[in-house]
Design a protein around this ligand. Sequence first.
Ligand code: BDR
Ligand code: CA
Length: 313
Amino acid sequence: MPPRKIIIDTDPGQDDAIAILLALGSPDDITLLGITAVAGNVPLSLTEKNARIVCELAGRTDMKVFAGCDAPLKRKLVTAEHVHGKTGLDGPVMDDPTMPLQDQHGVDFLIETLRAEPSGSVTLCPIGPLTNIAAAFQKAPDVVERVQEIVLMGGAYFQVGNITPAAEFNIYVDPEAAKIVFGAGVPLVVMPLDVTHKALATKSRVDAFRNMNTKVGDMVSAWTSFFERFDKEKYGSAGAPLHDPCTIAYLIQPDLFKGRHINVEIETTSDLTLGMTVADWWRVTDRPANATFMNDLDADGFFALLTERLARL
Ligand code: BDR
Ligand code: CA
């Protein structure tokens, strides 16, 4: 099979950074057409900069990085420095990037690319709030049917919420955007907290990154060591959950994941449950299925794949 063409839409974030590296380390499986940054974990000025830092780390100064939306469609931005640190990529010391940011707006890049590539040949991988994707669908409704698939990180059912008792961060930050994306009719694969909380970077897995003895291995081990403190304290978990790389791993090795094709709706009105992904896991409604909602992964297989691909960089 030829490599799958994708665009990563992202708010780096240590786990976003590792997702980008996994894609860049897998050129036989994935052709990364570009990276669109969105405001999320930290403001846009930092997420676009962090995306460029990651590309430079992988030696890919040719990669096109675009800045997209700097705020959710209708709400004030909520950020997550309490998880990712002030820069969004806290942990190791990093140099500022020298590669340029593209002039074009990220939303226009999404639209232009979907129009230029054959219909049904481009997959979108959003791993931050869904603002850029929804903005592209609103601005150019003709591109919606041209998307091959959307494979995103967001939401939760059994784990319920991480930013509020009822909502996961990416969906909570821009629930109106999430509603547009989940209602667009595009084939959708969702990596919720139910699966990403099983992708834990335990000590032996972090040691495997460090033992690569490469710059990428050192950075990834430093990022996961920084990022783990939050989840260890909150959930008592054995390491940092690598949420976002689950999307890229799915594109490379889908059999690592298990889930159900079900209906998922987004709550946009209730103050109490804003941003909740109301997943009909038990199929108790007649609402049509609109997403493959994952809830399990082969964690050892996932880390074997990740370690092997990062070692190529
Ligand atoms: C999601 O929120 C961000 O903090 C992570 O990068 C991930 O995309 C997890 O809720
Ligand atoms: Ca993210």
